[in-house]
Design a protein around this ligand. Structure first.
Ligand code: FMN
Length: 313
């Protein structure tokens, strides 16, 4: 049996995806990097690494360290900048034939708005993923995502620039109450929510007694964070997103179909894979096919039947 026999298609705020599998921002570059390993045209959508108005070199090295059941990164939003992205990367993204969501970061609200405005002109781009949750840059980013009023303010400003693109807001897990931040950005006009970004964490070299990352702290991702991310999706779905009709893109440690199905049952409409791509990027296709197997085994004709179907009794 193939995955074609069950309907895996989902919709994110009007953007139709052939299946719920997406890449996590920052873990699959601009798509070309993985071209020889996995056929990205088989994804539901592609999410770019964070793009900023100007190019950024990012943090000093080392900026990645493996930890047990995960990894810590402090890349610091290294990217080619908006103009080089438009000139060099967009033509390649067009050849993918799947909707592209561009993750956008910046220092000030005006930076985010300027990038969002330009991306309105790019056909292959169907949405902005607003990164107000990157824990690894000193100026800008995280402060927007940890304060409800500021998260709402930036969401409203970028939403006004999104006439064609949908606006996905990516939430930080480094907060006391993620549902409160979700409510603030939904109120301000977010069309969809991505959760979660990485958890601020530290690894120490016990011989030198110094933090391993040059940035000292980094963002923890991978299997270690999955149960926490699932719990956050469950909470945001029940407390905010379900009643508001706002779809969630769930992420955090997804490596197998089982993991993705947990997120779907908790209320995610789509799922994104990041750290697991560094192990084997082909897991994207295995996850997609594994979800189809699960649906068949449980007698479902469509993936939509299991979204938010967690039995809490
Ligand atoms: C190396 C690396 C780079 C990342 N870069 C970005 C980024 O540029 N923008 C962003 O919003 N998230 C970034 N993230 C966070 C991921 O998109 C994702 O939210 C997080 O890693 C959890 O998913 P995972 O456990 O499947 O990796 C990055 C993660 C990693 C591991």
């Amino acid at each position: 049996m193939t995955h074609d026999e069950v309907n895996l298609s989902v919709e994110i705020a009007g953007v139709k995806l052939a299946n719920p599998l997406m890449t996590c921002s920052g873990t699959c570059g601009y798509a070309t990097e993985y071209a020889d390993i996995v056929d990205l045209r088989q994804l539901g959508a592609f999410v770019t690494k964070s793009i900023t108005a100007g190019p950024r070199v990012g943090n000093d090295y080392p900026r990645v360290v493996e930890t047990r059941a995960g990894m810590l990164n402090a890349i610091g939003l290294a990217n080619v900048g908006l103009e080089a992205f438009l000139d060099e990367k967009v033509p390649l993204l067009e050849s993918l034939g799947v909707p592209v969501f561009v993750n956008v970061a910046g220092r000030e609200i005006a930076d985010y708005v300027a990038v969002a405005e330009r991306l309105e002109e790019v056909d292959v781009v169907r949405g902005i993923e607003l990164n107000i949750s990157c824990p690894n840059v000193k100026a800008g980013g995280i402060q927007f995502g940890t304060d409800g009023a500021m998260a709402g303010e930036i969401t409203a400003a970028v939403k006004a620039a999104c006439r064609r693109n949908i606006l996905i807001v990516k939430l930080s897990p480094n907060v006391t109450d993620i549902a409160a931040i979700a409510a603030a950005v939904v109120e301000a006009g977010a069309d969809a929510l991505s959760l979660v970004n990485t958890f601020t964490a530290m690894a120490i070299d016990i011989e030198t007694r110094r933090p391993i990352l040059a940035n000292r702290t980094g963002g923890l991702s991978g299997p270690a964070i999955r149960p926490i991310a699932v719990h956050m999706v469950d909470r945001v779905y029940r407390q905010v997103a379900r009643d508001a009709g706002v779809p969630i893109i769930g992420m955090g440690g997804i490596q197998y179909a089982h993991d993705a199905i947990e997120f779907l049952l908790a209320g995610a409409t789509a799922v994104a894979v990041g750290t697991a791509l560094f192990v084997d990027a082909r897991c994207l296709i295995e996850i997609r096919d594994g979800i189809a197997d699960y649906l068949r085994r449980h007698g479902h004709a469509s993936i939509t039947e299991i979204i938010g179907a967690l039995d809490r009794e």
